[in-house]
Every structure is written in C-alpha cells, then in structure tokens.
Design a protein around this ligand. Structure first.
Ligand code: NDP
Length: 333
C-alpha cells in the first residue's frame, strides 16, 4: 500500500517513516508540506518520490491508500476530513483536534466512509505497558486504588517551536502530553476519568501556553489518578505506578518513545522485576493499523480513544484555568 505523509514533521522523520517501511509492502510515496522548498528537501532526505503543497492534488492519486497526519494540531481536523472524503485510511497524530466537536466529526466521517481511522498513541504499544496491563488484568495487584503518572520532561531544543508559544496551533504541555497519559491510564484501567482538578504554570519555556501541569482525576470506579506533565523538568525521569489492594506495579522510564524502562511487581514487601518485550512501539502501531486496513483486527488506539484522551486534556485545561473541579465531557458518541 502507498502512504502519503501529511506534514513534513520531526516525528515522521524520527519514527514513522521507518515504521511504515518496516512491515514491508508499504511505500511512503508522497509528503505534503506548506513550504515548497522544505517539502522537496524532506522528500529528498527521506527518499520519498513526490512532494506536494496542495493536499487535494496529493489525495487525488488513487494509488495512495493511507495517510499519516503529523502537522501541528490545528491542521489535523481539516486535513483528516479531506483525506476521509478522498477515501483514504487515516492514522492521525494526537491530539486529534483542538475541539471535541472536531474530533467527533473526524471519527464519525471515517465510520461513514468505511475507512480505518486511528490515533497514534504510541505508549499503549510498548512492551512495558502491555505487560503492566496484563499484570492488572490478571489480578496480580487486586483492585486498583490509585495511579501515579510522572511524565514531566525537558523538551528538546529542536521541539521548542509551536509547542511553547502557539496556543492556536495546539501548543502547551496539556495538549501535548496529558493526552498520552489519559490514553495510557484508560488503557490500563479499562475505564474513563470522570472528573479532574488541576493547576498549571508557565514557568520558563511557555509563552502564552502552560509548560507544567499537575492534575488529579477520579476514575468512574472511584480510583484516583495523579499526573505531572512538564516541558521544563530536566532530572526527574518518568514513571508509572499502579497501586492495588494486593500489590503495586512500579514502572520507571516507561513514558517514552523508546522500548526501554523497568517494571516491578511489589507484593508482600518484595519487588520482582517483570520482563517485557523490547519491540519498536511505532512499528507495532503501524502494523496493527495495516492489519486493520486488511480487515484483520483493530488499530492499537482507535478514533474513539483519541476523542477520549482529548476530552480528558480539555477537562484538565478547563480545571487549570478556572480552578474548578471539572466533569470530563466526552461529547456525543
Ligand atoms: P514538527 O514541529 O516537527 O512538525 C510540525 C509541522 O511544523 C510540520 O508539519 C511542518 O509543516 C512544520 N515544520 C517542520 N519543520 C519546520 C521548520 N524548520 N520551519 C518551519 N516549520 C516547520 O512537529 P512534531 O513532529 O514534533 O509533531 C507533529 C505532530 O505529531 C503533533 O500533532 C504532535 O502532537 C505529534 N507528535 C506525536 C508523537 C507521538 O509519539 N505520538 C511524538 C511527537 C509528536 P509543513 O508540513 O507544512 O512543512
């Protein structure tokens, strides 16, 4: 199958072009950029046959079966709607859109058109997280009482662009990282956050957008979740902890793009290291997407998963800006 990249992005160059090519039988045939020279240069550097600046012309190629959208966040909605209208399968970056209504419209349009639509939440593809989910599902820690997510990092210099100064493009740490944490918590607990409280700040990097946030969520079961997301925290490392009535799961360095980290199961005062697969997260996501296009199974994270992670992030933003406790509004199904 031939793919087109919508967006000459860093994430595509670092991970997704290789992931699309990894399965064999898939070709990255075209790239769309808003800038002719950047698009041509990107295509040349990544061995992509054609570079475009006109989305409709690129989508008019009947040989293109799927698109990967990784532009800035405000562009995801119009570009996905155009791709769906052209009958293409869509793998879209998070957050799916700026508003919940837009995200619902994208997912509904894909369903109507009969094309596969997926959200690129990479973490649920990690061997570490697949193992954590199995430990919880198999009852190793009993009933989940609480989750703690530490996902505050230092944003690399090459990504300190629209993320730190362009609210209209979807900048800020809440759209960037809270969506991943919401998806990961939902993946593990198999339920949705019901309400949130949050405090944000713009400490040193954010210009008109938040660069740090801490929030507390109550899940529908009553379990509590605390999360910390940041662009300015150099030395913390990441972690994901799930605490249950019979034990705890302590995972370190697992909120990352790399297939790394450590997972421990703590019961009866003892920590047991739990092994997990070190496969590439993005290759797995693309592989499951391609299988779904071929009629086998479902993508790792669906469009509905993308709607829900966005809904949680929007609730966290509202709670942080109003100081109120905010019920998560998932909108119309
Ligand atoms: P980039 O900033 O690298 O790319 C976004 C857009 O910025 C591109 O589409 C491009 O526009 C434009 N751009 C790129 N380079 C330049 C430049 N030198 N000068 C001016 N404009 C430029 O973004 P990311 O790759 O970091 O993120 C893209 C999307 O992917 C976002 O939605 C983000 O949330 C998501 N993402 C997801 C990750 C995941 O693991 N799931 C990880 C990282 C990002 P044009 O296409 O018009 O040339």
């Amino acid at each position: 199958m031939k793919w087109a990249l919508i967006g000459a992005s860093t994430i595509a160059s670092q991970w997704m072009i290789d992931a699309i090519r990894a399965g064999g039988g898939a070709e990255v045939a075209a790239v769309l950029s808003s800038d002719t020279a950047r698009g041509k240069d990107y295509a040349a550097r990544h061995d992509i046959a054609s570079a475009h600046t006109d989305l409709d012309k690129m989508l008019a190629d009947p040989e293109i079966g799927a698109v990967y959208i990784s532009t800035t966040n405000e562009k995801h909605h119009p570009q996905a709607m155009a791709a769906i209208a052209a009958g293409k399968h869509v793998l879209c970056e998070k957050p799916l859109a700026i508003t919940l209504a837009e995200a619902h419209e994208m997912v509904a349009a894909a369903k109507q058109a009969g094309v596969v639509f997926a959200t690129n939440h990479h973490l649920r593809n990690a061997g570490s997280h697949l193992t954590i989910r199995d430990l919880i599902a198999n009852g190793h820690i009993g009933t989940v009482q609480a989750v703690r997510v530490a996902h505050a990092v230092y944003l690399p210099a090459n990504l300190q662009g629209w993320r730190i100064d362009n609210a209209a493009a979807g900048g800020g740490v809440i759209p960037d990282i809270v969506v991943h944490d919401a998806d990961t918590v939902r993946f593990h607990l198999g339920e949705d956050p019901a309400e949130v409280v949050a405090i944000e700040r713009s400490e040193s990097m954010g210009q008109g957008v938040e660069d740090s946030v801490m929030s507390v969520w109550r899940m529908r079961s009553g379990a509590l979740v605390e999360t910390h997301e940041g662009f300015t925290i150099r030395h913390a490392g990441t972690s994901f902890e799930v605490h249950g009535t019979e034990g705890s799961i302590i995972a370190r360095n697992v909120m990352t793009q790399q297939p790394v980290g450590e997972v421990y199961l703590r019961r009866d005062g003892k920590d047991e290291a739990v092994p997990f697969s070190d496969h590439n997260l993005y290759n797995r996501a693309v592989g499951l997407f391609m299988d779904a296009v071929a009629g086998k199974g479902s993508p790792a994270a669906s469009g509905d998963d993308g709607i829900k992670s966005l809904a949680v992030a929007l609730a966290v933003k509202e709670a942080a800006t109003t100081g109120r406790r905010v019920p998560v509004d998932y909108g119309e199904a």
